[in-house]
Design a binder for this molecule. Sequence first.
Ligand code: ADP
Length: 269
Amino acid sequence: SVMLSIRVAPFGERKKQRLVVGRDITKVFHLNLIRRDFVANASHELRTPLTVITGFLETLADSALTPAGHRRPLNRMQHQAERMRSIIEDLLTLSRLEMDEQALEVHPVDVAEELEQIVADASALSSGRHQFQIEIDHELMLLGKASELRSAFSNILFNAVKHTPPGSHIQLSWSQTASGPVLTVTDDGPGIAPKHIPRLTERFYRVDKARSRESGGTGLGLAIVKHVLSRHQARLVVASEPGQGTQFSCHFPPEQGLSAAQLEHHRQA
Ligand code: ADP
């Protein structure tokens, strides 16, 4: 079968005339499927050997027989194996998101509860180097998929920790607004130059590759965020001022927000 990307434009004097332009995108579609499956299979296949390597490294690190001079290189290897594991996990998450083409099965998600866990993990990652300010509407539930929302929100909050220097302030808020439920993460870190902003959600795009690696980044976090949000009909907005800080916000459609009271009402009905 042939897939067409079709544009219909008004044409000619009489209103009923239309110009139809068809472009065969069968090949593009097909190549995309091949890429997607390849990435999923490759990541999956890499998991097992990596687990074996990590296991042996741990045995060596724990062994009294390991010469003192080998401790440091061993440590480096463990660190790099851990990085590889994060990349593989992120690639798998991304391909799962791409493969799951069916409409999202949504449930009421207690966002406040999820955020509390995410904030706890973020402060562990920061280990006291950042100051957090948290404003969470505990009554505001969201129709969505908990596991995906968790990974999107934690990527955004962890980024604020990873990409800002010690002493930075990080503000997180989850609230109902006139345009629907919004999650924002604001930091007063280095900010992002405007030219990078449109590309942030591309796979492996990093403003500063070396620094991102150092901070344990995979370059896949915001690609995951973008996918999760689009599956939830939500929008990601990035506002940043170099030298001032950055704000990431996720805007959900109003009909996806649900107060705890409404939810209780639904349950009883
Ligand atoms: P990474 O794994 O490198 O964090 P992401 O896809 O999550 O990859 O983010 C892409 C890039 O966006 C990061 O490498 C970093 O350069 C930039 N970035 C993300 N969040 C922030 C932030 N809060 N402040 C400054 N730069 C950021």
